[in-house]
Design a protein around this ligand. Structure first.
Ligand code: SF4
Length: 318
């Protein structure tokens, strides 16, 4: 059995769901109840959240063979362009099961596959890539050692070292997840974004989303203007339009960009800076958003008015 995000189940024809924007990546989840205890995660060891949740998304379960056949059909129809397999860390057996699942997905579908799992060595990452993953995600989530320890309970430096080593060995095949709003400043987040871009690591950018029953259920999501500024900096750095050293910070907050205003406006006018950032074709609809609520990550192109409003929300254009 394998879990699918509710949106993915809808795209595969397995579930009735009202959906404004379909996912362009099929999101799969393997396992339940993690050995680790990240404060933001519904699957954490001590989380009291519903077991079929990850972030605010529901993950119904279906037989693997049925899912693989439907994934391939969706790939051929053009509905899905990628698959993303997230493995909850349950121990050695789960690691073996993970590798077998990767092989099955590769053998039965044409989809490029990224795998997000708790790995401890570059050898384990290599084994996942050899099994058929196109990319492997080592999620940092938090961007400072103190926040990492508080929220995830563990060593940030070790994780970063492993990610750096893997980025050098497996060029262009590593990704990471960064969560905005865990208590870091904009400067701390953007510094790590620059490091990741320099390493060729793909960044999946998330807004912290409090989920009932998790350790951080009582915390607030990031202020939208804070998130918009991080999105703009990430977009500019990723696109090679500027580097961290060319950004101006005031008490940790992004206060300016050393680009002429018309140039900056032109770069942002299409609104691409505010679309979901991650692996190619990963749009994660409503992963951080309630339908009808604030949209942190747009899962589709923005309208001219939406782009204008997002730029205004950043407070960067005066
Ligand atoms: S960026 Fe998207 S596709 Fe890539 S690992 Fe993260 S969730 Fe999966």
């Amino acid at each position: 059995m394998i879990k699918l995000s509710a949106g993915t189940a809808k795209v595969l024809g397995l579930k009735e769901l009202k959906m404004d924007v379909p996912p362009t990546t099929g999101y799969l989840l393997l396992g339940e109840k993690c050995l680790y205890n990240c404060g933001f995660c519904s699957q954490a060891r001590e989380s009291k959240a519903r077991p079929n949740l990850l972030s605010r998304v529901l993950w119904p379960e279906y037989p693997g063979e049925q899912v693989f056949a439907l994934l391939d059909k969706a790939y051929r129809d053009g509905g899905l362009k990628r698959a993303c397999l997230q493995a909850v860390h349950g121990g050695t057996n789960d690691y073996v099961n993970l590798k077998e699942t990767i092989v099955k997905i590769k053998d039965n579908t044409g989809l490029p596959l990224c795998v997000s799992a708790k790995v401890n060595t570059s050898g384990e990452v290599g084994a996942l890539l050899e099994s058929g993953a196109d990319k492997v995600c080592i999620a940092l989530d938090a961007v400072t050692p103190e926040i990492y320890r508080k929220v995830k309970g563990g060593g940030f430096e070790q994780r970063l070292l492993l990610l750096k080593e893997c980025a050098q060995v497996f060029l262009g095949r590593m990704s990471t997840h960064l969560i905005v709003g865990l208590g870091e400043t904009e400067e701390e987040m953007i510094r790590v974004i620059q490091d990741m871009v320099d390493l060729g690591v793909i960044i999946g950018l998330f807004a912290f989303t409090p989920v009932k029953g998790t350790g951080m259920a009582g915390f607030c999501p990031p202020d939208l203007s804070h998130y918009r500024r991080v999105q703009i900096a990430a977009y500019l750095i990723k696109g090679g339009h500027c580097r961290l050293e060319e950004l101006v910070f005031h008490h940790g907050r992004l206060a300016g960009v050393s680009l002429a205003k018309p140039d900056l406006h032109e770069l942002l006018a299409e609104g691409d800076a505010f679309r979901t950032m991650g692996c190619p074709d990963c749009n994660r609809p409503f992963y951080n958003e309630k339908p009808g609520g604030i949209i942190y990550n747009y899962p589709r192109p923005l309208t001219v008015d939406e782009a204008r409003e997002a730029i205004r929300q950043s407070g960067l254009m005066g």
